[in-house]
Design a protein around this ligand. Structure first.
Ligand code: GDP
Ligand code: MG
Length: 370
């Protein structure tokens, strides 16, 4: 993997290399400006940035964002689970996401446009599930840097004819580090050489023991090709979500994540966001990283215009001043002034550059659904 020298890192963080060297020294590591750091180490330093720069930066927006604004228990209501699909390359992540989307498309929608907005919602027996299909895993990585989670449940795809592979193990480690519940989808069971028991056997090594073997991990045999087992998988997700008792307060200012964003020639900055708390309305003032604005319009993954979006709902929004980075937190604000203030402070802190750089260099893309 790529490395970065302390000198380069300091430049990106707009700070003196000596500050980093001192910090490492305090942690028992002797270094010079030319010492090379892995991106993991650089990331840790970036996360500690607030502490190091205490004197230079009076207010830290990121720190503010990290403060989990706890909602009172009585305000919390049930919300749908947010699910990501992970696994080794070619084990069928994209195919599985496609198969799930197909099962959920009603006759009315079948002829209509379903658009890609970085995530989609499906309904199973009147209950909803949100699937992230963000290209790469940008949201996931950036959020990890902030210690927050975008996902409740990870569906780990393992091909039944191939078994556990290096990226399967990486995915397990990521999901565990993020404390995300894992459901194993044993895919390609239509293949003649599929061996479900072998997958179960191999997974025991990583502490994932199937419920029918006395463990606590759900293994669902599926075929993204034939559609077999997809309903079972969706039901397993719903059951798992029920156990997790996922809740959020819908009656407050919205807060969530930018999944993807782009500049549209006619419409200006377009951001696909996931609402995590509160309710986002057309007309709300928001900020996302260095951009701010007023929500002009909202569209869901089926192309429906919305007036409001509640927790776990992915929507496309118009009205931001700039294109925010994927993985950025967005926040609802009471006034336009407040939204602008947040965006400006964020900009001043130059954190954006560093996060972008780190993100670009991380080569985890194949791990996540694309
Ligand atoms: P990804 O890299 O994990 O996103 O994998 P893809 O979804 O691109 O699938 C890789 C290959 O496996 C493609 O050729 C798919 O058609 C094939 N594939 C995916 N799921 C199944 C399945 O359930 N059965 C069979 N036979 N092939 C599958
Ligand atoms: Mg893929």
């Amino acid at each position: 993997p790529e490395k970065v020298s302390i000198k380069e890192l300091a430049e990106k963080m707009k700070m003196q290399p000596s500050v980093i060297i001192k910090k490492l020294f305090m942690a028992g590591q002797v270094s010079t400006v030319n010492t090379e750091l892995t991106y993991e180490e650089a990331e840790n330093i970036a996360i500690d940035y607030d502490i190091i720069c205490e004197k230079e930066i009076p207010v830290d927006v990121i720190e503010e964002l990290l403060k989990e604004d706890e909602d009172a228990p009585e305000t919390l209501k049930k919300r749908p689970p947010v699910v990501c699909v992970m696994g080794h390359v070619d084990h069928g992540k994209t195919s599985l996401l496609d198969a799930i989307r197909k099962t959920s498309v009603t006759d009315r929608e079948a002829g209509g446009i379903t658009q890609r907005i970085g995530a989609y919602m499906v309904s199973v027996n009147d209950q909803k599930i949100t699937f992230l299909d963000t290209p790469g895993h940008e949201a996931f990585t950036a959020m990890r840097m902030r210690g927050a989670n975008s996902t409740d449940i990870a569906v780990l795809v393992v091909a039944a004819d191939d078994g556990v592979m290096p990226q399967t193990i990486e995915a397990i480690n990521h999901a565990k580090a993020a404390e995300v519940e894992i459901i194993v989808a044993v895919n390609k069971i239509d293949k003649p050489n599929a061996n479900i028991d072998r997958v179960k056997q191999e997974m025991t090594e990583y502490g994932l023991i199937s419920t029918d073997w006395g463990g606590t991990t759900e293994f669902v045999p599926v075929s993204a090709k034939s559609g077999e087992g997809i309903e079972d998988l969706l039901e397993t997700i719903i059951l798992t979500a029920d156990i997790l008792e996922l809740k959020a307060n819908p009656d407050r200012e919205a807060r969530g994540l930018v999944l993807e964003a782009r500049l549209d020639k006619g419409r200006g900055p377009v951001a696909n966001v996931l609402v995590q708390k509160g309710t986002l309305h057309v007309g709300d003032f928001i900020s996302a990283g260095a951009s701010s604005g007023k929500v002009r319009a909202m569209v869901d993954d089926k192309g429906n215009k919305l007036k409001e979006a509640r927790p776990s709902q992915p929507v496309e929004i118009l009205g931001l001043s700039d294109v925010p980075n994927a993985g950025e937190v967005f926040l609802g604000h009471e006034t336009d002034k407040q939204a602008k203030q947040y965006a400006n402070t964020y900009l001043q802190q130059h954190k954006k550059d560093l996060i972008e750089e780190t993100k670009a260099k991380m080569s985890l893309d194949d791990l996540y659904s694309k």
